[in-house]
Design a protein around this ligand. Structure first.
Ligand code: AFD
Ligand code: MN
Ligand code: MN
Length: 424
């Protein structure tokens, strides 16, 4: 299903006057409003293929109907998102859930929607039918070299699929860990992981990056072999210049200061990419910005400051991706909301008066420092984000248009209610 141009234009016309008023009002007090808008225009956030269907919990899965039943349909869904917001111009695939039968054809299809392929993801947290060795006790860290070899071979296969599609990064997230004290020798588990990753790293094309994702707990509950940013950074440093740490917002212990982690990883030149989501308790995978929007802003504040300090381009310097799961909302609407929340936080961070903040820090002026940050956070930047969308040919209100055109009903008509996406 494609978004038709006429409906989009009518929608924008209807909202144009109100949007102009709001934009004029906010832009009046922002000297570099044009610069902010053009940065927002370029900022793209990749969509994970596994977030397009209804996610489950360990208690059940309530299918949302009309889910994309094939890789082609997943691309179609991301194409729809991108047509609505012009901010989701990339898709991240998970192998083997998304193995392309004909890579050239899939690449052409994606290009017809203006999409490219973001990082490819390997899966050694599930057993696949016919697989020789089980991942029940882990993969790259496993005590049995045969299991490790199989997991390494899978990652190399994922790189090859990515090369065929034009991806430039491999994301490795391991479920490897233990649930009981004594189950694992920590040092051996870490060393096995390092050796396995070295073999994978050796197969990376020159212009590729390897993202090492960490997670504090789950599916195991006593230890995770890559459990925090220190362990991931250790691995990335030992592997070499193409290896980086990937921060998934949901993968920390409660109340972790993620913005500080981000700042230091950037300082070390080892922050590779992001998985955005939000959470209250653990890896809840909720809509970005739905629970802790101030934290999201503070993270972007560090990102903007740190990327500028290193001369990194905001749009391309890091891998930006959503990693969420939706079991209540329509996944497409949820993804639109996440992208919007991310762009709002980014826009707010662009408004922080860096010179004044530096000055306040130098003078230990705590009150002023808080004022500066909260002034930016409390500015309603939504008209700036909407203006960036409008200039890119997207909808002023993507969720509103999705609703007005009854897009889910149309997808159900096309695909049927029983269509289920691959994934967890
Ligand atoms: C996991 C991790 C990782 C992985 C994904 C799979 O966040 O990014 O690829 O979910 O569903 O929790
Ligand atoms: Mn993730
Ligand atoms: Mn996760």
């Amino acid at each position: 299903m494609k978004l038709d141009k006429q409906s989009l234009e009518q929608h924008n016309e209807k909202l144009a006057a109100k949007h102009r008023r709001a934009l004029t009002y906010v832009a009046e007090d922002i000297a570099h409003a044009e610069d902010v808008i053009s940065k927002l225009e370029r900022f793209q956030i990749a969509i994970p293929s596994w977030a397009l269907g209804t996610g489950g919990t360990r208690f059940g899965r309530f299918s949302g109907k009309g889910e994309p039943g094939s890789l082609e349909q997943k691309i179609e869904d991301v194409g729809l998102l991108h047509a609505l917001n012009r901010s989701s111009g990339a898709i991240s695939l998970h192998i083997p859930w998304d193995i392309p039968q004909d890579a050239a054809k899939i690449k052409t299809l994606a290009a017809s929607y203006g999409l490219v392929f973001d990082a490819v993801n390997s899966n050694t947290f599930q057993d696949q039918p016919g697989q020789a060795h089980s991942y029940k006790f882990g993969s790259l860290h496993h005590v049995d070299p045969n299991v490790r070899r199989q997991a390494v071979a899978h990652n190399i296969e994922v790189i090859n699929h990515g090369v065929a599609l034009g991806s430039k990064a491999l994301t490795v997230w391991l479920a490897d860990g233990s649930s009981f004290p004594g189950q694992l020798n920590f040092r051996e588990a870490f060393q096995n992981t390092l050796e396995s990753l070295k073999e994978i790293y050796a197969h990376l094309p020159e212009d590729w990056k390897l993202f090492v994702e960490y997670k504090a707990f789950e599916p195991f509950f006593y230890s995770t072999t890559i459990g925090d940013w220190g362990q991931s950074l250790l691995l990335a440093n030992k592997l070499g210049p193409q290896a980086y740490t990937l921060v998934d917002l949901g993968h920390h212990l409660p109340n972790a200061n993620i913005e500080q982690i981000v700042s230091l990883l950037l300082m070390e030149g080892k922050l590779g990419g992001f998985h955005f989501n939000d959470s209250k308790y653990a890896d809840d995978d909720l809509t970005a910005g739905s629970i802790k929007p101030y934290q999201l802003f503070l993270i972007f504040n560090e990102l903007v400051e740190g990327m500028d300090a290193r001369g990194l381009d905001h749009a391309t310097g890091l891998g930006w991706m959503i990693d969420a799961s939706h079991n209540l909302k329509d996944p497409l609407v949820d993804l639109l909301q996440s992208v919007e929340a991310i762009k709002i936080a980014y826009a707010q961070a662009l408004l922080v008066d860096r010179v004044a903040l530096k000055e306040a820090q130098r003078n230990n002026d705590v009150v002023r420092a808080q004022e500066i940050l909260q002034h930016a956070f409390r500015t309603d930047v939504r008209p700036l984000v909407a203006e960036a969308r409008l200039r890119q040919g997207a909808a002023l209100d993507p969720v509103g248009l999705f609703r007005a055109l009854d897009m889910r009903a149309k997808l159900i008509d096309e695909r049927g209610s029983a269509s289920v996406a691959t994934g967890l």
